[in-house]
Design a protein around this ligand. Sequence first.
Ligand SMILES: C[S@@+](CC[C@H](N)C(=O)[O-])C[C@H]1O[C@@H](n2cnc3c(N)ncnc32)[C@H](O)[C@@H]1O
Length: 225
Amino acid sequence: MIQFFSQHQVLQLLDEKLTAVEEHFLKKKQLQQIDTKVTVENKILKGNELDENWQLSQFWYDDYTATELAKEALIQVSEKGTIALIGCPSLYYFLKKKSNDFVTVKLLDIDKRFEAYTDDFFHYNYNNPLPPHIPNKWNKEFDLVIIDPPFLSEECFLKCALTAKYLSKEKIIICTGVVMESFVKKLLKAKKTNFTPKHKHNLGNEFACFINYSSNRFTFAEKES
Ligand SMILES: C[S@@+](CC[C@H](N)C(=O)[O-])C[C@H]1O[C@@H](n2cnc3c(N)ncnc32)[C@H](O)[C@@H]1O
């Protein structure tokens, strides 16, 4: 049997349909928000609890170091700031937790175990430091970039530094061996600070943290002239 509707009834039916669609999307959005919160509070993968793969030169920070670096990073960016991590997966968990998930953090690393961070993970190989291997839209996109290159060689540092400069609006934190100091100064105009990153397993090489801005927490090791 064919049913006829008045214009008024058709409009009413359309209105009801629209409300149902709106409610559906609102519910979906609320569920996504809850899901993100759960991920941050309970389920997020703590990078420095994974096994270190020494072939990839993985030496995780201890919790104190990761916490201090995260605190410094969050002071340097605004509440909704953007931070890129190049080769320092341990920091992701601490940044997300300390900021209550407010900051945007992108982790660039070769280790696909961190795909667990879904869209926040970007598969990166420092041998391909620039577009088209990294997104064009990331040029000068990040308020802060933190790098910890896998190898203590000029070539590796130069390539990671190219990516850092491409991504960064200005501020960069570098954690690397003291032996790299001259390259750090030359390529990124950064200076050694009094903060010494420590690792879960002691490293043979003396390590240091360098920054290319001034900070009240990470003061420069040498007085500025
Ligand atoms: C010296 S570790 C620094 C880890 C840092 N201390 C932490 O706790 O997060 C260097 C990082 O570079 C990554 N890596 C190794 N080879 C790489 C490559 N060819 N391209 C990009 N990243 C690489 C490793 O997976 C590792 O996370």
